[in-house]
Structure formats: C-alpha cells, structure tokens
Design a protein around this ligand. Structure first.
Ligand SMILES: [Zn+2]
Length: 197
C-alpha cells in the first residue's frame, strides 16, 4: 500500500474528505480521534499580546487566529493579533473620532455595525522585531494565508479596503450581504442566540 492510499484509508475511517494528502484537516481529525479533544486545543497559544485579543473572540474563531499567527511565522512573517472584540460602546467611541471627537475618522461603523462587536473579527499587525509596520506588502501575503484557512480578509473589500482585518463568516451568512449579516448578528446577540449555528 502506498502512502497516499494509507492516508485515504485513514481519511475514510475518520469520515473526512478523502484526497490522500495529510493536510491540517486530516491531522486535526487524527488528533481528535486519538487524544479525544477538539482540534482547537491542539493549536499552541501564541505571544501574550496576541492572546489578550484572541481570548475575546468566540471559541470558533480563536484557533483560526492562532493558526494564522503560526502560519505567518512559518512563512517568515511576524504578526500579532492587535484587537478582537469591541463592545457597542467602544465602537461608538471609535465612531465619534473625527466626528464629534477630535482626530481622524477611523471607522464608518456605529455600535453594533462592526463584525468586531460580535467577537468574530480580529485585526493583525505586521512586526519586524519590535517594530510595528502599519504599511507593508506582507499584509497581502498574510491575507492569502488567512483565506487559506477559511477566514475572510478585509483586503478584498471594495468599499473600505482593510488589510489588517480578518473575520470568520458564519455559514448561514454565506449568501448574505455584509449589511444583512450584521443585522442578523445584532438580532442573535440581542436574543442571546449562538452565532455559529
Ligand atoms: Zn477589523
């Protein structure tokens, strides 16, 4: 039996997609099968600053944020997760900047109108050593890595391009506009319903 045939047999047994290649999904399923714990516990935590933001995210999003930090590091790019959840009040405070408060405008989203308000979105920063790079071609590279693991990347947005931004779109929102998704997120939050079902 060749290696790819063995992997295919394992994939069949684990009930996951059979392609004969042991990618992250296969390793995750093997881990869960043998260790008995969900895959998210298999992803090592990252630097302390990133973890501060990561723990504010929904459990479904946390392993992906960590995976992105690891994946970027494998590609030689140092990133940190700089923000995660924002409350409606924090969002309103940001919205006020450049409007009723001093400074430049930083967002067009009011409280309840940003994916950050629902713990499904996070922003990264690219670093070189201790130096934060606000502008770097590396954001684009990280964007591709994020999409690879199923995240949406703000760099693809037409209206306000947002390269540091990533989010995990719930499956029910796949065919919804951003606006319609946000409306449903507000409803689910008000009704204390789960976001990812
Ligand atoms: Zn963002």
């Amino acid at each position: 039996m060749k290696t790819d045939e063995m992997i295919s047999a394992i994939q069949t047994k684990l009930g996951i997609q059979v392609d004969g290649r042991a990618g992250p999904e296969t390793w995750g399923a093997i881990y869960t099968h043998i260790v008995g714990l969900p895959l998210e516990t298999a992803v090592d935590t990252v630097d302390a600053r990133s973890e501060k933001s990561i723990v504010t995210l929904l459990p479904e999003v946390q392993p992906l944020a960590r995976a992105l930090v690891h994946k970027a590091a494998f590609s030689g790019i140092q990133i940190k997760i700089l923000s995660g959840l924002r409350t409606y009040a924090e969002q309103e405070e940001l919205y006020a900047r450049g409007r009723t408060k001093p400074g430049n405008k930083v967002t067009n989203a009011r409280g309840g109108h940003s994916n950050h308000n629902f713990a499904i979105a996070f922003d990264i920063g690219v670093f070189e050593g201790n130096k934060y790079l606000a502008d770097s071609a590396k954001y684009k590279a990280v964007g591709a890595l994020g999409m690879d693991i199923g995240l949406e990347w703000g760099g693809n947005w037409k209206t306000i391009m947002d390269q540091p931004h990533f989010q995990l779109r719930p499956a029910w929102a796949n065919s919804l506009s951003e606006k319609a998704m946000l409306a449903e997120l507000r409803t689910r939050t008000a009704d204390k319903m789960a976001i990812y079902v």
